[in-house]
Ligand binder design. Structure first.
Ligand SMILES: NC(=O)c1ccc[n+]([C@@H]2O[C@H](COP(=O)([O-])OP(=O)(O)OC[C@H]3O[C@@H](n4cnc5c(N)ncnc54)[C@H](O)[C@@H]3O)[C@@H](O)[C@H]2O)c1
Length: 371
């Protein structure tokens, strides 16, 4: 089997998530990074290419140069991975799709809902694969949680509590990652709600299999002078009548990446925590709690096939990302990958951000969530 050739957009020197994508994409030896436009600065793109040890001729100064260069080669890229800041996702995806190149993009899909609609139209018109790296849906025990909820082990879902606390923006926004995330021109109108709230929203819908139909949002820019929200409280109503609470914050001092989800049905409950990702707690009505371990023999087929290390040997973020890439590689090979987030998730995520921002700003109370 030949490896799929990946181009990267963004992910330059000192970037957060570009190197993570590189490691994850290559983990299963199905994909190889061969080209990129890693920065808006030609010299920095070249330097990043060197650090990734790709052919220097394939570290391009612009998107146009990359797509012209790669489409002219017999061994040109099979897809691109977009890991630039949010405002650059749409132009990057549009350029790729116009060149006939499939796209996997980091979240949020775009900076605004209008852009996401344009992207969706573009994806549907061109008919090429589009994947969205909602990393947390790639964790084996998140897949197991979804399978167990789907099999009815919790009964009818009544309550969802999803929290995503971070503390790294509790003070002044210092550094590359903080600067663009707190600039609405580059992050989009949502700050924290777009950066991590959208992960929490997608995780809750992914595990429950239920859709949010209404929300009530209170988003605050707590740090003085901040132009986007940094602390979010959102109440949710699901399509089956279940109630939900989504808390996302980047000003909770001491919190690192504390994403956790609790789901309660009429037969049981569950708990999964991103910082302890290799255990899943399942509670029964009779008071018993089962602890499911990653790598354990009790895992269903989806979670088992997405686990790489034996029980007790920790795995986490990189492997979860690799699972998303494995699913995307399957799609490129024409195989099914039903759990890969795609353009519908892209639209839902952007609709969630847009609705929450408007509802909070307008003090609108409960508002419908429509895509
Ligand atoms: N799924 C996850 O867990 C996760 C984690 C972190 C970030 N993200 C998302 O990934 C994206 C990148 O975030 P980050 O923290 O890595 O940002 P970053 O600031 O660390 O890196 C962004 C990179 O994009 C490059 N870039 C900017 N403009 C460009 C252009 N015009 N052409 C080419 N490259 C350009 C920058 O030079 C930089 O190397 C964001 O959309 C973010 O929301 C997702």
């Amino acid at each position: 089997m030949t490896r799929l050739r990946m181009g990267m957009i963004g992910g330059g020197l000192g970037s957060f998530v570009g190197p993570v994508h590189r490691i994850a994409a290559e983990m299963d030896r199905e994909i190889e990074l061969v080209a990129g436009c890693f920065s808006s600065d030609a010299g920095r793109s070249r330097a990043a290419g060197e650090s990734y040890r790709i052919d220097p001729a394939r570290a391009y100064p612009t998107l146009d140069a990359m797509f012209a260069g790669e489409t002219a080669r017999s061994d040109g890229i099979d897809f691109v991975s977009i890991v630039s800041p949010n405002h650059h996702h749409l132009p990057a995806a549009r350029a790729a799709l116009a060149a006939g190149v499939p796209v996997i993009s980091d979240k949020p899909a775009t900076a605004t809902l209008d852009e996401a609609r344009e992207l969706a139209e573009c994806v549907r018109t061109v008919g090429l694969p589009y994947g969205l790296t909602h990393t947390y849906s790639g964790y084996p025990l998140v897949r197991e949680a979804r399978a167990r909820v789907g099999a009815g082990m919790l009964g009818t879902i009544r309550k969802v509590v999803v929290e995503y606390p971070q503390g790294w923006l509790a003070g002044e926004a210092v550094g590359k990652q903080a600067e663009w995330r707190t600039d609405p021109a580059r992050s989009g109108p949502g700050g924290c709600i777009g950066d991590i709230g959208t992960h929490a929203f997608q995780l809750a819908e992914f595990v429950t299999g239920r859709k949010v139909v209404e929300l009530l949002a209170d988003l605050a820019a707590v740090v003085p002078g901040r132009a986007v929200d940094d602390d979010c409280t959102v109440l949710l109503r699901y399509d089956n009548g279940a109630r939900g609470v989504l808390l996302a914050s980047q000003i909770e001092v001491g919190e690192m990446n504390g994403l956790r989800i609790r789901i309660y049905g009429d037969k049981g409950g569950l708990l999964w925590r991103q910082e302890v990702p290799n255990t899943l707690m399942l509670h029964s009505l009779d008071g018993r709690t089962e602890i499911v371990h990653a790598g354990g023999s009790q895992l269903g087929p989806d979670a088992a096939s997405r686990t790489r290390t034996p029980t007790g040997h920790p795995e986490g973020y990189l492997e979860a990302f690799a699972n998303i890439y494995r699913d995307f590689a399957a799609v490129l090979r024409g195989e099914p990958a039903p759990f890969l987030p795609g353009i519908d998730d892209a639209l839902r995520g952007m609709a969630f951000i847009d609705t929450a921002v408007r509802a909070s700003r307008d003090k609108a109370g409960w508002v419908p969530l429509t895509v």
